[in-house]
Ligand binder design. Structure first.
Ligand code: NAP
Length: 290
């Protein structure tokens, strides 16, 4: 078994980006600038945004965090999105999800200018991705593709099961893997909560990608010998032994599954850092496009 080490891979990517930022600065241009809108006080969201800011610092990007109260109205958020759309100093921005319940996430995503949608969530960018046109690829699936690329994981002709069909992970993941690209050219099955015979289906996968948000859901009997397993799940569970009082747990029972796999990611050093690296790549792309 070999670990797909997203921490070291993302470190490499950050270094490559930092070198490009140095060149941009040497040409007398301003550095790429990422903004993140953070609504409310959700601990996990604050943590994610904090890490994104730290990544920006490391590669030499400018970053701005726009904080809004939990009680802000949807219209106030839409107004903020409109400001960011037209702010020439910002190359790209994200609105950290989940949003408070009184806000419609889809409405907010639709309000983002696709040219600044570095999360790759807007219909125009998802459409371009589906057609194989240049675009901002959804950060998490693209991070996983990058991991496959850098570890030379063979995907062509493989049966890939994607467990979960969300708009931000499962669905774009399935699209990217099934396209005529390298990595890609896989035969993909998308599974979800209504899928029958899930255990048998997962066991037929050469590559199993799990994004359902159910801790340690995938057990050893669901994995084929020699499979590649990617665990996207990241759920906070209370843990009094940790300084911050919690730990992140994946969707795969790592300890019992790992020895069956040829490659496997671990939480949180697998997909999480690759997602953040993808966001930096998209922000650099947004800067270059302008
Ligand atoms: P989501 O929007 O809640 O979607 C979950 C998907 O899992 C749905 O398609 C759901 O099916 C399916 N599902 C739920 N229970 C299932 C079951 N028992 N059997 C089969 N399918 C089941 O979640 P998400 O946003 O994709 O996130 C999934 C996980 O990945 C979460 O833990 C999240 O925190 C994590 N995540 C991590 C990163 C990262 O960078 N590491 C990025 C994004 C998300 P239905 O459609 O039928 O309801």
């Amino acid at each position: 078994m070999q670990l797909l080490d997203g921490t070291s891979c993302s470190q490499q990517i950050r270094q490559e980006i930092a070198e490009q930022v140095t060149k941009i600065r040497e040409n007398g241009e301003r550095a790429p600038h990422l903004a993140a809108v953070l609504v409310g006080n959700d601990g996990a969201s604050q943590n994610y945004v904090g890490m994104k800011v730290k990544d920006c610092d490391e590669v030499g990007f400018n970053s701005t965090v726009v904080r809004m109260e939990e009680t802000a109205t949807e219209q106030e958020l839409l107004d903020k999105v409109a400001d960011l759309n037209t702010d020439d100093a910002i190359d790209g921005f994200i609105v950290q999800v989940p949003l408070p319940e009184h806000m419609d996430e889809n409405k907010v995503i639709l309000a983002i200018d696709p040219r600044k949608d570095v999360d790759g969530f807007c219909p125009e960018n998802v459409g371009n991705m589906s057609l194989g046109l240049p675009t901002f690829l959804s950060a998490t699936p693209n991070g996983i593709m990058e991991l496959f690329r850098r570890y030379n994981i063979e995907t062509e002709g493989k049966h890939c099961v994607v467990l979960g069909r969300s708009n931000i992970v499962g669905t774009p993941m399935a699209i990217l893997l099934s396209r005529n690209t390298n990595p890609g050219n896989a035969t993909v099955t998308i599974a979800h909560s209504r899928t029958k015979n899930l255990k048998e289906l997962c066991r037929s996968a050469d590559i199993l990608i799990v994004a359902i948000g159910k801790t340690e859901f995938v057990t050893e009997d669901m994995v084929k010998e020699g499979a590649v397993v990617v665990d996207v799940g990241q759920t906070r569970v209370p843990d009094s032994t940790k300084k911050n009082g919690f730990r992140n747990v994946g969707d795969v029972d790592f300890e019992n599954v790992k020895d069956k796999c040829s490659y496997i990611t671990y939480v949180t050093g697998g997909v999480g850092p690759m997602t953040r690296a993808s966001l930096l790549q998209n922000t650099l792309k947004a800067h270059q496009r302008r």
